[in-house]
Design a protein. Structure first.
Length: 95
């Protein structure tokens, strides 16, 4: 594949076969906690920083609802803030 065909959409697209490796490397090396959730708000991925921030091995977090990691006093606010994401109205949630 030529370099010109690898760079599309204004330089934003990467070759598909490299995108998974790139995503994994970016998330694992991030200094901030990052997670991926399924449609039921359960963690499907947690990076090292997320685990360190909360005192867990990231593997212990997989399958648990994100709200297990939210302080009870913040649960209502977090649920309300996450509702548009879970309804598919927005693509990401950021505090």
């Amino acid at each position: 594949m030529s370099q010109a065909s690898q760079v599309e959409l204004g330089g934003q697209a990467f070759q598909f076969r490299h995108s998974e490796v790139l995503l994994r490397n970016v998330m694992e090396s991030a200094a901030v906690g990052m997670v991926l959730l399924d449609s039921h708000s359960r963690l499907t991925y947690a990076n090292r920083a997320f685990g360190e921030m909360l005192g867990y091995d990231p593997a212990e977090c997989i399958g648990r609802p994100i709200f297990d990691f939210v302080h009870p006093q913040d649960a209502a606010t977090a649920t309300q803030a996450m509702a548009p994401l879970m309804a598919g109205k927005v693509e990401r949630y950021k505090t």
